[in-house]
Design a binder for this molecule. Structure first.
Ligand SMILES: [Zn+2]
Length: 119
């Protein structure tokens, strides 16, 4: 499921949005994820995972207008999903809280030595 969603993001990061329009969104947002602040111009790997997010999901009637579009890295876009939020601020709060949950999982795994070969 997660893989399928990820793959669809790769295949069509911004359905029905031209590359030109996507670049306008990125430029306005200075190529930074508007959720976590990831700097897309810092390194190629960051730039590569930038997507355009519909703050109010397009599938739920959200407009394709610039005012409803923000730059988001793929992880933040996936975490946000297709939920409907009252505002961008509420969506951001949700995404950042989830990231912190995952950070804790990550830190516990590192602390448990799960990155070391087990033999
Ligand atoms: Zn992000």
């Amino acid at each position: 499921m997660a893989f399928k969603r990820l793959r669809s993001l790769f295949a069509a990061p911004i359905p029905h949005l031209s590359r030109e329009d996507a670049m306008k969104v990125f430029a306005r947002d200075h190529f930074r994820c508007q959720y976590c602040g990831l700097d897309g111009l810092h390194r190629f790997e960051n730039w590569l995972i930038l997507t355009v997010d519909h703050v109010h999901p397009h599938a739920k009637g959200g407009a394709r207008a610039m005012t409803n579009l923000v730059t988001a890295c793929q992880p933040c876009n996936l975490i946000k999903g297709h939920r409907v939020y009252k505002s961008f601020a509420e969506a951001k709060e949700f995404v950042l809280a989830k990231r912190e949950e995952w950070r804790e999982v990550f830190q516990n795994q590192v602390a448990a030595g799960m990155h070391k070969p087990s033999h």
